[in-house]
Design a protein around this ligand. Structure first.
Ligand SMILES: [Zn+2]
Length: 74
């Protein structure tokens, strides 16, 4: 194999690797963003436990003590 083609191969591999990592990072960021829009944050007024539940529900029961809480609005 010619030295030039070895360098070209390494450059191609390096670019492919960088492209893969950029793509994986983009997918991870998109998944976190969709999680935020789908879940609501609740904070229990009785035991101060913070938990999440579906965005459709207005009230959610605390998993720690069973108290029904309203969603935290930011
Ligand atoms: Zn609670």
């Amino acid at each position: 194999m010619q030295p030039e083609s070895v360098i070209a191969m390494w450059v191609t591999l390096l670019l492919a690797g960088l492209g893969f990592f950029a793509l994986a990072d983009e997918f991870r960021r998109r998944r976190i963003g969709s999680d935020v829009s789908q879940d609501q944050v609740f904070r229990c007024v009785r035991c101060s436990s913070v938990y999440t539940d579906d965005a459709e529900v207005e009230r959610s029961r605390c998993p720690q003590c069973g108290k029904t809480n309203e969603a935290v609005r930011f």
